[in-house]
Design a protein around this ligand. Sequence first.
Ligand SMILES: C[S@@+](CC[C@H](N)C(=O)[O-])C[C@H]1O[C@@H](n2cnc3c(N)ncnc32)[C@H](O)[C@@H]1O
Length: 426
Amino acid sequence: MTDSRLTAILILQEIIENKSFASDARLRFEKEAGNDAFVTMLLQTTLRRMLPLRRILGLFVKRKLPAQAKFAHYALLLAATEILWLETPDYAVINSYVGLVKKKLDKYIAGFVNAVLRKIAADAKNLAQTNTSEFFPPEFRRILNVSYSRKTVREIENVFINQPELDLSCKAEPQLWAQKLNARLLPTGTLRLSGQGNPAKWPGYADGAWWVQDFAASLAVKTLGEDLSKQKVLDLCAAPGGKTAQLLSKGAEVTALDISAPRLERLRENICRLQLPLPQIICADAVSYLQNLPKPCFDAVILDAPCSATGTLRRHPEIIHIKNLADVEKQAAIQKEILAVVERAVKPGGFLVYCVCSLARAEGEEQMTGFLKQHPTFFPRRLNAIIPAAVSEILTPEGYIRTLPCHLKKFGGTDGFFVACLQKGQ
Ligand SMILES: C[S@@+](CC[C@H](N)C(=O)[O-])C[C@H]1O[C@@H](n2cnc3c(N)ncnc32)[C@H](O)[C@@H]1O
């Protein structure tokens, strides 16, 4: 456990100070990794409750710790999380973190950490309950304020604090797999499981019967309909291959392109595990590839563009600490560059599916407004016939899909996502 706590301190410091995704930060500290599930739970709870935690620590830590003692600051955050919300026995938490600080820094700072943690433990019940309704730091809140009303931002914040369930997409027979995995079947065929654990050990994983994919992310390919046999589809920004797998299981002839060779390797492994036919795989920049295409030769193009990933905040709570408006603007500029040339791949009468796992309208709805102005031959496909009535709250008047984490509450929520399916005129 001590090793796991040390790993958690180092990962948290990396996330906050270098604005790293948790998955990247974990890779840096792989060697120290101890009890994996414990580190995940500890980090996620701390990242979700960072604002209340900082307020609580502020009651007891009156002076800023010196720069070289940052380690103690992150130790305090994690230790307080354990005492207040994870119900680990206080003495075990305090001994363990004080020991780590003593080893890394010195006995004086360790003594200070000890005193602070004892005070927190003494008043834990009260402290755990006070001031716990605001979770988004101002920089992140600004992203949402630009796109949504205060009420909607508040609703997103309310659901952010809960651990989301896990969603799976099946290659076939979702009803059968729902039974085998004791999962709920959502109206679009996604399986939803509340259980924790390692999916790689669940029935059907080794046989490639299903893959992990959020309900919202699964909608993009669904906009193209059920049978894609004999359809040539270009999957741009394809890795690690969630949408590629959907396209292949619907019978499409797929070209999967991504700029990252390691991520394409993961795509290849995923498609092999699922025992689907390998697509044509291209490692390239989407813009250069599209600029060099001699003529439009695809029946459909999926552009799952690089984005701020703000829609995945429930699963990746570090997002609220590492993303700001400048990130949204940067990603929007990259999306615009790809959108400016993507039309070159779509045959007349063919489809362009544009999607992002972002909450910012600048990366979704507003990109489409700009695209349609510049490409008047394209028009939005009406999705009412494709999206079941039970989830119709996610359809916009323009004919797009916009999901927010506070949508579909009766099913347990969803990631934030934007999907537009546009058809090119003949
Ligand atoms: C949102 S992820 C794609 C997820 C994937 N479509 C799926 O369903 O599993 C975005 C991907 O865009 C890729 N990417 C970023 N910039 C790119 C570019 N200029 N050209 C091609 N791919 C790019 C990244 O490497 C990343 O794999």
